[in-house]
Structure formats: structure tokens, C-alpha cells
Design a protein around this ligand. Structure first.
Ligand code: ZN
Length: 133
């Protein structure tokens, strides 16, 4: 359940690899972290993965049988790693009911549903603001 991510830093002569435990429940890394330029020119760390939250195979509306109906992707900011902003690209499954055609998504338990960041980043921001004021 708790996989790790590996960060590659390219130095002058050699490559360095650092493996860190991400510590996010129900998150599994599918692609190793890479450093990518963000929209504002900053180097961001980008990690791709999937949510492994359990899903009941029944419709939450009518109790009918569910079937897998594609995937969705969310981009979430997480705690910074080694001074870089950390972006998670999380893929989850979509489901559809065979009876009433209701559609729903697999939960991302570590994501704030109203914002594009993780709960722990939100908590860190709140703590920082409370200490500042
Ligand atoms: Zn249904």
C-alpha cells in the first residue's frame, strides 16, 4: 500500500538517487518522480500514481451493480520535498451503475475535495499561518 518514490538529481558528473517514503495512505506510485518546469519557471517535483482507496461494487443511489467506466486524473500539491514544490498526478477509476446509470469516482482519501492540495499540505499551511499571525 505504501510505496516509495525515487528522486533523481543530476549532478555534474554523477546521478544521485534518493528514495523517500511518501507516507500517503491509499496512494501507489506508478512513475518515478521527475523534476519539471512549472508555469512560473520554478522546478517542481512531479510524481504520478494511482489511488488505491477501496470501492464498493454497488451503486450508492439504487444498490445496483457497478462497472468500471474509465479513469479520471487529479493534480494535487503536496508537501515540498528537498525545497521543491511537489505535484502529485493521481489517477483513479470511475464507475457507473448498470441500473440507473449513476456515475461516481473512486475516492482520494488524502486529497482535500474542495482544493487542489492534500490534507497534510493544508494542515501545514494552516499551522504556518497561525504561527505567523
Ligand atoms: Zn444505480
Amino acid at each position: 500500500m505504501l510505496s516509495k518514490y525515487t528522486i533523481q538529481r543530476t549532478g555534474f558528473r554523477m546521478k544521485e538517487f534518493i528514495t523517500l517514503r511518501h507516507g500517503l495512505p491509499y496512494f501507489s506510485v506508478t512513475k518515478e518522480s521527475v523534476v519539471a518546469k512549472g508555469a512560473k519557471g520554478a522546478d517542481n517535483l512531479v510524481t504520478e500514481g494511482i489511488t488505491t482507496s477501496p470501492v464498493l461494487p454497488v451503486c450508492p443511489c439504487c444498490g445496483g451493480k457497478a462497472y468500471s467506466h474509465g479513469t479520471f486524473t487529479r493534480r494535487l500539491w503536496d508537501l515540498s520535498v528537498l525545497g521543491r514544490r511537489h505535484l502529485l498526478i493521481v489517477t483513479g477509476k470511475r464507475y457507473r451503475c448498470t441500473s440507473c446509470h449513476h456515475m461516481w469516482r473512486q475516492r482520494i482519501d488524502f486529497a482535500n475535495p474542495e482544493h487542489n492540495f492534500t490534507f497534510r499540505l493544508g494542515k501545514r499551511m494552516q499551522t504556518t499561518l497561525l504561527n505567523y499571525y
